[in-house]
Design a protein around this ligand. Sequence first.
Ligand code: NI
Length: 391
Amino acid sequence: MDIKKRANEIFEELVEIRRELHMYPELSEKEYETVNRICKYLDKWGIEYKRGIADTGVVAIIRGQEGGRTVAARADIDALPIIELNDIPFKSRNKGIMHACGHDIHTAIHLGVARLFKEMEDKFKGNVKIFFQPAEETVGGAKRMIEEGCLKDPDVDYILSLHVMPNLEVGNIEIKYGKLNAATNEFNIKIKGKSSHAAYPEESVDAIVVAGYIITALQTLVSRNISPLNSVVLTLGQIRGGTKNNVITGEVNMSGTLRTLDEETREFAKRRLVEIVENTAKAYGASASVEFEEGYPALINDDEVVDVLKEAAEEVLGLDKVHFKEFPSMGADDFSYFLQRVKGAYYNLGCGNKEKAWTQPLHSSSFMADEEAIKIGLILQTQTLLKLLEK
Ligand code: NI
C-alpha cells in the first residue's frame, strides 16, 4: 500500500472526526461519548476491539498474517476543565471543557492508523494494537489499562506514542533518546506548632515562622544535594495558615510537586525532603510531617525504537524536519507506565502554524492545532509500526 497516498485519501474524514471530538470533549474518566464515537468508527471499518478496559478505555486489534510480532500505539482521549476561547465552527459544545491538549488530534490519528492496518491486514505479519486511553490528565489511565491486561494476549513487543506540540511548526517532529519526561510526586507538608495571642510570642511555637525556615531550607535540596548535571524541580505551589492578624498560628499546610528524571534520584529526593522538613521543624520546637502522592514515573525512551522512528521520520518528513530535543522536559506523561514494561518511544509532533498565529501553548484556552499534523502523525505512526513489525 502507498501509505502517503491512502493517508491523503482518508485525511478529510479524519479531520471531520477530529472536529466532532473537539466539539464534544469529556473530562478524564468520563470519556463515555468519546468512546462511543471511537467504537462507531471502528465498527464502520470492521475493526475488532474491546471496550471497558479501565472503564473508558478501548483496545483495538488488527491481526495480520500468522507469526510475527505485536506492536502497539497509544492515543490519550481525555480533555481538560478549560473554557474554550477560540471562535471556530467546531468550538467546544460541552461547557467548561476543552480539548486544549490536542488529545482529539491524537485520537483521530490513531483511528486512522487502525484503519490503514485493517486495510493492509493480509500484507503484514503479526498484530497491531491501538490503545485509546482515558485519564492521561489526572489519575493515569495507562496504569489501569496495563493492570487490566492491555499489554497481554498477544503480548506487546514495541509501543509508540506522540504528543502534538504547538511551538513546533507543523511538518516537524522532535525526538530524543533516553530520558524525556519527569517523574512526579505531589506532596503535602503539615507543620504543627502552638497557637497563642500575637502579643505573647513566648507562649507560642509560630508555625508561620517555622514554615519560612522550611521553605528556605528546601531550596538547598536541589542546589546542594543534587548534581548540577542531574535535573530536579521542587516547587511549593500552595501555602495555607493563620486566621487573624493578632493570632500566632499553630498550624501551616504547604503543598507542592517534586520532579525527577530517574527512580534513584526520585527516592533520594523524597527522603531528603522528609529529612529537611522534619528536622527544620524540630529545630524550632515544632513538628512536621510529609505525605506523598505517587505521580507518573519518568518517561524513558528505548534507543533501538528511537533509531527505527528516526529512520521512518527521515523517510517521511526529510532529514531537515527531524529534530533532536536537547534536554528532557520536567513535564510528565503517563505513557511512561507503558515504557516501564515494553520497549518504545514517544515524540513531539509539530502542530504549530506561525503564519496563522497558532502557537498558543498546550492547556491554553486558545490552543489551536494545524490539522495537517493529523496526516503527518498518521503516516509516521503507520510507517514506524510497520518497521517495528519487520524488525
Ligand atoms: Ni496531553
